[in-house]
Design a protein around this ligand. Structure first.
Ligand SMILES: C=C(O[C@@H]1C=C(C(=O)O)C=C[C@H]1O)C(=O)O
Length: 360
């Protein structure tokens, strides 16, 4: 480089250093204000973490951004800024359905950032139990997948549990082919959870037709095994690649590009309205003619959009069902409260599972 160019570079770097100093001062100022808010909330018995407010922060900044800083990076940067301020008092403890490097782990990281303490649990009931006993502040569990449908284990937990849904997380499930060398020609065996193998069946048939496919207990376990044998490739998440020191042979090998999973954040308190909420309820109706029609009428009458209805068998009684309903709005909205009161009138049992910001 010529002397003149070096001088230009040095000036520009000095400019960046000055900007970084300002950013750092502002980050500290922001963290102090967030701490003050935390103390004010604690005084009123409120939780510091507020997923609705966080979404509003991301969305306001993305709408305001005129570039060139990429809008999609704003959410990630602010996720970490907020996560770090939340951890100033004490790191937030989040239980998730593990083991490490599962897609639920990825969802928990997306929602809580790297400053939260994420703790892997062996099962979905164990996640609920950690939160119920106060050993974790929040829990993250999967609830439905665009290819596989509902996760019945999670829905069933709400029948007995008093935990509340505080947020939903949508995650694009991208299966990557991983191995130690990252080279296609080294692969003699492909390992993964049967669901992941099934979701990549066509890609595997076309690209690795003669390589045996072997089931593993989870995508994370498959990655762990691939890390011990250079002839084994695993189908797992990007997070598994970094955890187990694997290279990406080929990213996004799932056949269905629209492969999304919805996860729930469960906590011990209900969350306040944000203006863009969704409510989940559970109920058992009396077994009598016309009851299915009567239970949906109150929502139709008030123009309340129902986004989902599921039924699950009541385990103690043959051919009776528990319904799970998702609707737009918050339980504190007048129309929603009235509709739920009408619904309750034709129910044997009824419970609000939570009102939480709708993922957009
Ligand atoms: C500061 C607040 O509390 C927490 C921290 C936030 C932030 O740093 O912006 C946003 C929401 C909460 O999780 C708040 O509610 O405004």
């Amino acid at each position: 480089m010529e002397k003149k160019d070096l001088e230009v570079l040095s000036k520009l770097r000095h400019k960046i250093d000055t900007i970084d100093d300002e950013i750092l001062d502002l980050l500290n100022e922001r963290a102090r204000v967030a701490q003050d808010i935390g103390h004010a909330k604690a005084g009123q018995g409120l939780e510091f973490y507020n997923p609705g407010r966080e979404l509003a922060v991301f969305e306001r900044l993305i709408a305001r951004n005129s570039g060139p800083f990429p809008s999609e990076a704003i959410r990630r940067v602010y996720r970490e800024i907020i996560s770090a301020s939340l951890s100033l008092e004490q790191p937030m403890k989040v239980a998730f359905f593990g083991p490490s490097a599962t897609f639920t782990h990825q969802a928990a990281q997306k929602q809580f950032g790297f400053s939260a303490q994420l703790v892997a649990q062996k099962s979905i009931p164990a996640v609920f139990e950690e939160v119920r006993r106060g050993r974790a502040d929040y829990g993250v569990v999967p609830v439905e997948n665009t290819t596989e449908g509902i996760v019945s284990h999670t829905l069933d937990m709400f029948v007995e549990s008093d935990l509340k849904i505080n947020a939903e997380i949508l995650l694009e499930i991208s299966h990557d082919l991983l191995s130690l060398s990252g080279k296609m020609e080294d692969i003699e065996k492909v390992l993964s959870h049967p669901q992941a193998l099934a979701q990549c069946r066509h890609w595997l048939e076309e690209n690795l037709p003669d390589v045996p496919l072997v089931d593993a207990s989870s995508t994370a376990m498959a990655a762990r095994q691939a890390a011990e044998d250079s002839s084994v490739a695993a189908i797992a998440s990007e997070i598994a690649a970094s955890l187990y020191g694997l290279r990406i042979v080929k990213p996004k090998i799932q056949d269905n590009t629209n492969n999304l999973t919805r996860f729930l954040v469960v906590g011990r308190q209900l969350t306040s309205p944000t203006g863009h909420d969704k409510t989940s309820v559970l109920f058992i109706v009396a077994d009598e003619p016309g009851v299915l029609c009567r239970m949906l009428g109150p929502f139709n009458k008030r123009g309340i959009n129902l986004s989902k209805i599921e039924s699950r068998p009541i385990k103690t009684k043959a051919w009776e069902y528990i319904f799970f309903l998702d609707l737009e709005g918050h339980v504190e909205d007048a129309a929603v409260a009235e509709a739920l009161e009408d619904l309750q009138a034709c129910c044997r049992s009824f419970k609000v599972l939570g009102s939480y910001p709708r993922c957009r």
